[in-house]
Design a protein. Structure first.
Length: 320
């Protein structure tokens, strides 16, 4: 590993259609950096792209992770679940992994003696060289995304270690857990997640942070295309929702601030909650300048619409 350059790290279990594109864009736009995927046997094959792949489960016997797994609580809608079946098994594992990934990231950095790394969700496309942006953020303890509720971007090992320590403290703090249960009881769909732990970490440790959506030199890291965040929005008929309107200027992607009418360059795009057909169409537009023809999109869109209807009906039945 080239320790003179801050590496880019992704963490993912299993495989998804977008993961190959995420890794290819990271490689393409950051040729001076190591691109690392902390993953499992299902995604090890991406080594063929030229990335570095390591198993995250190599760290499972670390005392801090053993302690976390022992004390982890799945709390949803104010209820702490003790037994699991059906969808609850999947939902619990999702939330647990969202927590434990921070432990994996810390122990990976510690193993390779890294003071910093770039870390993003595995559905984030990097559109620019990160080296050119490091000077803007290196003086901060941490950078953030998700409206300041989650550390993402340029991560310091020291402050990441502080965060995982706080996570383990919170899990055995009965006063904090009871407060979380009370807050989550307001909505059946709310769950105890790593973002809530991060907010508490910021309250207790007061790190010097900056959100990557802060406009610096008319450039931003996108939080999510589906979030408005001072951006011109457009209605997508295929998705049936509004999302940021993307402007293609000189082979670069921009959004526009509706108040100032200024175009703002996107350093990355976050594809959270977007279906595969939309991602495929977006990538085709970026790479060829053209959208897919309607005949290529008809059946994927139909399948997506039917799935949305079925999920909506299932949710109504469960909430009766």
């Amino acid at each position: 590993m080239n320790k003179s350059k801050i590496p880019v790290v992704y963490i993912h279990f299993g495989d998804k259609g977008y993961l190959e594109h995420t890794l290819k864009y990271a490689l393409k736009n950051n040729t001076d950096k190591d691109i690392i995927l902390l993953g499992d046997s299902a995604n090890e094959h991406y080594k063929e792209l030229g990335i570095q792949h390591e198993y995250f489960n190599q760290f499972d016997n670390k005392p801090e992770i053993v302690r976390f797994n022992k004390n982890f609580k799945y709390i949803k809608g104010g209820i702490e679940y003790k037994s699991f079946s059906g969808d609850l098994i999947r939902m619990r594992e999702f939330e647990r992994f969202c927590f434990v990934r921070w432990f994996y990231l810390y122990f990976f950095m510690d193993l390779h003696d890294l003071s910093h790394c770039w870390y993003f969700d595995s559905d984030t496309l990097l559109l620019d060289s990160l080296t050119s942006h490091e000077r803007k953020y290196i003086s901060y303890d941490l950078t953030e995304q998700s409206n300041g509720t989650c550390m993402k971007g340029l991560i310091s090992k020291v402050h990441l270690h502080n965060f995982i320590q706080i996570i383990n403290e919170l899990l055995i703090d009965e006063i904090y857990i009871n407060r979380i249960k009370s807050e989550l009881s307001q909505n059946k769909d709310w769950a105890f997640c790593d973002m809530r732990a991060y907010i508490e970490y910021k309250i207790r440790k007061k790190p010097n942070t900056v959100t990557l959506y802060t406009n610096i030199n008319n450039e931003v890291f996108d939080d999510a295309l589906l979030q408005e965040r001072d951006s011109v929005m457009t209605y997508d008929k295929m998705l049936g929702v509004c999302l940021k309107k993307i402007f293609y200027i000189n082979n670069e992607l921009y959004i526009k601030n509706p108040q100032t009418d200024i175009h703002i360059k996107l350093i990355c795009i976050n594809l959270s909650w977007l279906p595969q057909f939309y991602i495929t169409n977006l990538l085709n537009r970026i790479e060829t300048g053209k959208s897919l023809v309607l005949s290529q999109l008809f059946f994927p869109v139909l399948k997506y619409r039917i799935k949305k209807i079925l999920l909506s009906l299932k949710k109504k039945i469960i909430n009766r």
